[in-house]
Ligand binder design. Structure first.
Ligand code: XMP
Length: 335
């Protein structure tokens, strides 16, 4: 696509000009937006940019490994993998309230991030710029938030940074005029892999808000395995739909899909043994902007396969339920 090629080149030139010889830091989540900024930065300024990937231990199966692989072997940036899993586990221990989880996770995120910035400073590599994957809809949304907009008062998102006192960065926001589909096109142009370019939305607080009630290592393990099966089967379902319709979105394809682990157990039977184990709730919705969503009318055979696989393959699960509620009145996530 010639126009995206131009856009990429222009953005690269802009970044070079703005940054000069200085250092840039980026909080790399593995999502589309921050990954595109990282890829642009790699092309523009290479190792002058430090990408900080904070692993809070709440990502999906295989994700930390994938992010590390892409930004250590495919793109030439200074990549730092912060293993914060244990610190997060300790902070979240026993925490049940969803907003409390979000607050803890968001606050710790920036603590971890600024700790890296401080280390770079001590290392004689002071950071002048903070790059961010802010896109145009984020700006609209945060405007709505400031004026008391309703969407953001339902759940707090932590995309806006509370800088600690005395900390200052100049911002680089190369995507602030872009819509999501343009960001994806740019990501493709820059050579990012499909699994990043077409990654479905995933909340910053990660699996913590898909485990209803307190988070524990045992529950995380169950949810991760069940979620991997959901994604595998629904990725395959989407591929079949795309092949039929010849396009990457639209009727019949699912937009966001994942597993939820509620805080209950139920009775089941396996062989001639009674089981008392956890259910998994499947959530799959069609949407274009997450403001409203319809529960996906998935084929029974897809639902059936997901259910049989989860109970057969994930120890500790004996039941699968499907959430058939749209948004509104429900939200997409359960917390
Ligand atoms: P809800 O559950 O409010 O979600 O219908 C709408 C969209 O936002 C995502 N979501 C979040 N994203 N931090 C995020 O970065 C959060 O705390 C958060 N909560 C929900 C959700 O996955 C859906 O795409």
């Amino acid at each position: 696509n010639w126009s995206m090629d131009d856009v990429a080149e222009r953005k690269v030139a802009d970044i070079r000009k703005q940054v000069g010889e200085d250092r840039v830091i980026l909080a790399l989540s593995g999502g589309v937006d921050s990954s595109v900024v990282a890829a642009l930065g790699a092309r523009a300024i290479g190792r002058q940019m430090t990408c900080v990937f904070i692993n809070h231990g709440l990502l999906r199966k295989g994700e930390p490994e994938q992010v590390e692989e892409v930004f250590t072997t495919q793109f030439d940036v200074d990549f730092i993998h912060v293993h914060a899993e244990d610190r997060y586990a300790a902070l979240l221990d026993g925490v049940v309230d969803p907003e409390e989880k979000r607050r803890i996770i968001g606050t710790q995120f920036w603590k971890e991030f600024f700790a890296v910035a401080t280390e770079l400073e001590h290392d004689g590599r002071p950071v002048r710029f903070l790059a961010q994957g802010t896109i145009y809809p984020d700006i609209i949304e945060s405007g709505a938030r400031k004026t008391g907009g309703k969407a953001s008062t339902i759940k707090s998102h932590h995309n806006l940074i509370p800088f600690p006192e005395g900390v200052h960065f100049d911002l680089i926001e190369p995507l602030d005029h872009f819509f999501k589909d343009e960001v994806r096109a740019l990501g493709r142009e820059l050579g990012l892999p499909e699994h990043i370019v077409y990654r479905q939305p995933f909340p910053g607080p990660g699996l913590a808000i898909r485990i209803i009630g307190a988070v524990s290592p045992e529950k995380l393990e169950i949810l991760r395995e069940a979620d991997a099966i959901v994604r595998e089967e629904l990725d395959a379902h989407n591929k079949r739909v795309f092949r039929q319709t010849g396009e990457r979105s639209g009727a019949g394809s699912v937009w966001q899909y994942f597993a939820v682990l509620p805080d209950i157990k139920s009775v089941g039977v396996m062989g001639d043994e009674r089981t008392y184990a956890r259910p998994i709730i499947l959530r799959a919705v069609e949407s274009s902007d997450a403001m409203t969503a319809d529960w996906a009318k998935l084929p029974y055979e897809v639902l059936g396969r997901i259910s049989s696989r989860i109970v057969a393959e994930v120890p500790g699960v004996n039941r699968v339920a499907y959430d058939i509620t749209s948004k509104p009145p429900a939200t997409i996530e359960w917390e």
